[in-house]
Structures are given as C-alpha cells and as structure tokens.
Design a protein around this ligand. Structure first.
Ligand code: ATP
Ligand code: MG
Ligand code: ZN
Length: 287
C-alpha cells in the first residue's frame, strides 16, 4: 500500500479554499495528460507545481486508487482510535500489565456499595481521589488503607487502579511479598532482570498498589527495601497506595514515621476500613 500524501481531490479543495492567499498561490496545474493505472486503467492527471521551487512537481494519482487509499486510512484510523474492539484490546493490555487479580477486574469505585454507614467516609475520599486524579498525579498524593480482613481494601484499591486505567493511565498491583521476592530474585546468578529494572518497573506506573503489607513477618531488610522503592516514587511525585491488615498504630510502627509522613505530605490520607467482614454475609446467616 502506498501511504504517500494523497493527491488530486484534497489538494484541489485545499487550493480552492480562499482562507489564505498563500494557499491559493501555492500549487498550480501546469500540464494535463492521460495516465495509466495498472489496476484502473486510463485517467486524467494533472502536473502540479508549487510557486516555491523547493516543492517538487508531481502528477496527480489515479482517483480510484485515491479512494481506496482514503478508505484504508479511514479504516486504519478507526481501528486505532475509534473501534471499540481496539480500545478494548488496549484496555486489556493495560490491565494485564497492571497485574490486577482477576477477582477485582470489575471493581468499580462508582459502584461500591456502602453496606455499612462507616463506609461513607472512605467512599467519599476515594471518589474524590479518583475524580481529581490529575491533581493526585501532580502532588504524588498517596493513600494507606488499614483494616481487618474482608473489609474491601484490595477491592477499593483495585477499583481505583481500574479507574486510572479507564482514563488511559497506567497502574501496577503487587503484594509486598511479590515485590520483595522479585527484588530478591535479582540476586540470583541466572536472574532474568536486574534490581534496577525491578525498581524501575515499580517506579514508572502512574499508580502503584502495594497490598498485604505486614501479612508476613516483615524483616528490617524487607521494610528498608520497600522504603527505598516508595521513597523513589515519593521523590518523583508518583502516588502509591499501601494496603495492610494492621491497624493505624501498628502501621505507623511497622513502616516508620518517615514513610508515613511521606504519605501525609501532599495530602495523602490513611483510611481505616473499620466495619465487619464483607466476605461472610452475616446478615444472611443471621436471618
Ligand atoms: N462494598 C462491598 N459490598 C460487598 N462486597 C464487597 C464490597 N467491597 C468489597 N467487597 C467484596 O468483599 C470481598 C472482600 O474484599 P477484599 O478482598 O477487598 O478485602 P480485603 O480488605 O482486601 O481483605 P484482606 O485483608 O483479607 O485481603 C471481595 O470479594 C470483595 O469483592
Ligand atoms: Mg486484600
Ligand atoms: Zn488506480
């Protein structure tokens, strides 16, 4: 397929448009003749010449070929930009890259049901966070979710990532232990990636979620490794969401004041998910 600039029709209409004198004067027909297209046979062609000698003269191409070319370009544009299939394919690629667990693929901030009254505050903060994500990106504003198992922390964190990706932003989800294992694996002789590459992979997404902090006994070294990565994101003003089963006090104790203050900086919030387990549907069991 020939993707040279289209000829004939558009150029003529451009010449015909009188909004600019330059434009009127630019291209002139200096000769006419019959040309032969291998596919479509004879056609009338014009030799176009520009008033400025820098532009080479050219014969207009077969009008039928031009139509085919235009149709193919339109189709290509549609495929790339407008076709929902293509948009969906890109969305799936973003989601795959983000490593969101399948359970939370459909998690939606705007559809999060406020089963208990206490959830209202979290819902409001999270919706604000998503609604003004450009500002969040500007300030590198992070969040810390604390609370008991089954209270929807991972769900909400992934819902935020889903929102960011729906706006064509990038996200990455990881558990703390997966991150630490990935770093540790780089110390092997046959490592497939370097430590630096791991840090870069965690530094580059618009939003990073580190889940299940404190689930395993965190060592001083593992906390230091996490601190390093989070601090890199902090310095490049990139928002991070930390999720933990610990309560607020334990969280500050585990992560250290230095890290928590990095989250507070720029308006980051620590949100307590303090309501019953959403996994066991207690209301149904009771009735
Ligand atoms: N508002 C809600 N209403 C009903 N179900 C919810 C709600 N929010 C989350 N869930 C569902 O409840 C379950 C528990 O949520 P989630 O996995 O996010 O909990 P968690 O706080 O991360 O728990 P853990 O600390 O054990 O990892 C999930 O299946 C999730 O999709
Ligand atoms: Mg969870
Ligand atoms: Zn042709």
């Amino acid at each position: 397929m020939d993707y040279r600039p289209t000829t004939g029709r558009q150029e003529e209409s451009k010449m015909g448009s009188s909004d600019s004198e330059d434009c009127l004067q630019s291209w002139r027909i200096v000769e006419e003749g019959t040309k032969k297209c291998d596919e479509h046979g004879d056609y009338e062609s014009q030799l176009m010449k520009h008033t400025h000698p820098r532009n080479p003269a050219w014969w207009t191409r077969c009008p039928q070929c031009n139509l085919v070319y235009e149709r193919e370009m339109t189709e290509l544009e549609a495929r790339l930009l407008l076709d929902p299939g293509e948009a969906e394919r890109l969305a799936i690629m973003r989601r795959d890259a983000a490593e969101i667990p399948k359970r939370y693929w459909a998690a939606d901030v705007w559809q999060w049901e406020e089963v208990y009254p206490a959830m209202e505050v979290v819902a409001r903060v999270v919706k604000d966070y998503c609604g003004s994500f450009e500002l969040v990106l500007d300030k590198g504003q992070g969040l810390i979710f604390t609370g008991n198992p089954g209270t929807g922390k991972t769900h909400v964190a992934c819902a935020i990532a889903n929102h960011v990706m729906s706006k064509e932003g990038t996200a990455l989800y990881s558990t703390a232990s997966d991150f630490l294992i990935r770093v540790r694996n780089t110390y092997n002789n046959d490592a497939s990636e370097t430590e630096r590459q791991v840090y870069e992979a965690f530094e580059s997404p618009d939003l990073l979620i580190i889940d299940e902090i404190g689930r395993n006994q965190e060592t001083e070294h593992s906390i230091a490794t996490m601190f390093n990565m989070i601090d890199r994101r902090y310095r490049s003003l990139k928002p991070t969401i930390l999720v933990t089963n610990l309560d607020k006090e334990q969280t500050v104790k585990l992560l250290g004041k230095a890290l928590v203050s990095r989250f507070r900086d720029g308006g980051g919030k620590m949100l307590g998910f303090v309501w019953p387990d959403l996994r066991t549907n207690e209301k149904e069991i009771e009735s």
